[in-house]
Design a protein around this ligand. Sequence first.
Ligand code: UD1
Ligand code: BG6
Length: 679
Amino acid sequence: MCGIFAYLNFNVSRERSYILQLLFNGLRRLEYRGYDSAGISIDFSHEASTVPLVFRQEGNIETLVKSVYKEVGATNLNLEESFSTHAGIAHTRWATHGEPAPRNSHPQTSDLKNEFLVVHNGVITNYEVLKETLVRHGFTFESETDTEVIPKLAKFIFDNANEEGDKSMTFSQVVLEVMRHLEGAYALVFKSRHYPNELIACKRGSPLLLGVKELTEQTNNGTSFNDVKYLSSNGQPKEFFFSSDASALVEHTKKVLVVEDGEVVHLKDGGASIFKFNHIKGKRGGTFTRLPSIERALSVLEMEVEQINKGKYEHYMQKEIHEQPESLTTSMRGRLLRGGSCKVKSVLLGGLKDHLKTIRRSRRIVFIGCGTSYNAALASRPILEELTGIPVTMEIASDLLDRQGPIYREDTAIFVSQSGETADTLLALEYALENGALCVGITNTVGSAIARNTHCGVHVNAGCEIGVASTKAYTSQIVVMVMLALAIGGDTLSSQARREAIIDGLFELPSKVKEVLKLDEEMRDLARLLIAEQSLLVFGRGYNHATALEGALKVKEVSLMHSEGMLAGEMKHGPLALVDETLPIVVIAPRDTCFSKQQSVIQQLHARKGRLIVMCTKGDAASVCVGGSCRVIEVPQVEDCLQPVINIVPLQLLAYHLTVLRGYNVDQPRNLAKSVTTQ
Ligand code: UD1
Ligand code: BG6
């Protein structure tokens, strides 16, 4: 979805070409989120005043880069001109209101002179009313976006104040006034020719970070620093960055301020002033107070620059598939306890320990998520039911909202989300909070809206995931939820052996994943075989119902081949009609309690001359293919509840290779976004 990046250098000389490159690189870091147009604004000095220039293009960042340099050449704009202070803004847009086109891209502007410019993530829900009012006051609109009302409203407020003789209105006063009129979810960055070298950011709902880099403190290793000094106007040379995504900041600085809902951050004269919007309940509008810098502490990003680079891999998806042994290890680090004097094997989830009693008393556990996160919850459901004895129900976030399904005070609602920002999951969280349920988050993004708004939770710690198709986050989510089941489930004598076997299995899991990754070549061969197919079915059951859904989702989202994951128990109730000699069908049949049922499924498919690819436990190839010929994918066996982590890997590899062979974009599949922040 949309991405924001902004850069302000203070008291440090930067050439225009440097500023442009920095903004473009910021946009490249946001690319993975999904977008269809992009734009930037930088300054141009004209007759002793600063004029913001706007460049916007439909298509990818490189198209924008080319068009900017072309225009720069045509207008003789000096790339070597230096600015000791300069404010630049940039944006990637994922079309919601209006087609992808330069006029609908951001920055959106107040007028031809670019008096006020805005980049926006989110949706302004009352934009039509605001637009009508502004049109009545003589404003004309060039885009179909909801965003355009924002810079125009800023100009309207600024002009009115000036007409009334108030020439002292500050940039933050203008923005605070704008914010009072906006409804919906947003993260915004403003730039204005009336307030050169200043930037203002504010947010409600959508994520936004401020990154700060003090240039004189090169010796500071980042372990301790003085937040007040970083945010105050002390004349020190500094660089400030705003971004909707930590991955665009980490190469510049790890010192960030997570902007909270209702906050306005004003960058001016090398300092950052923070204002807080105090909403008046039940009414639009509210009041603002200025927060002393000391009240807002900077945090240190736990991300490493290597995480956002492809390293030796060609694509992020490929890298993220192959780094699963490490990401799983990180997800479990410090949380599994084995041995010691008492030799007890147990799980410690720091974020949940104070809430376990309440969760154990719940009448029901409800898993809520979308896409891959929903599938990960589905894979974990059986072990949660087995170890806790609490009924577990599954909810796709949008469906729960559509139905306004019942959620009770006695429920524990578990929100599973890689990004922690998915709009449907977030709205379902609000709904569950209103209904009084205990809300638990399973998120991969520290500081995300879901992590902040849940009562408690567990961070997945899989590391930054850039490929739109979720891979390592999926396997880490399952592992975290298995640990969650162990933590909630009582440590009874009868379950002790089972619990210990699972904990041993978790310890061994990264090495088993390493083993299954050796199927890479084999999966490429299979992809070659399937390259021209129209469709692929995947049958699974029990723990691997989720593997079937997730495997099919991977194939469909990146390789653009139609693919459906199905519950094998439902095969005779419809899907069997599709079976013939041509349609490829993957049957997942590991040695677990469903094995004999899957053997019977395979025989029934053979009887209809089905074209089978069977995934089975190592050594089972001969026994699973009784009754016909089939291609076999042999995988290492692990504890049944962990088998989905192993079984998804060959299907991730298959989806990856199919996509590369079919010539599609692996990391940014057509029409998809990494995190879907609109409904
Ligand atoms: C925490 C620290 C980790 C440190 C460890 C040492 C963080 C983010 N994690 O990890 O760096 O090494 O202690 O003891 O500082 N939470 C939610 N909702 C969510 C996710 C998490 O409310 O969706 C809450 C948790 O309830 C907890 C906090 O966020 O209060 C941190 O959660 P988590 O990182 O999982 O905790 P630890 O693993 O203990
Ligand atoms: C999008 C992503 O559809 O949102 C998927 O492309 C993801 O990969 C889904 O599974 C849910 O996102 P999240 O961040 O809530 O897990």
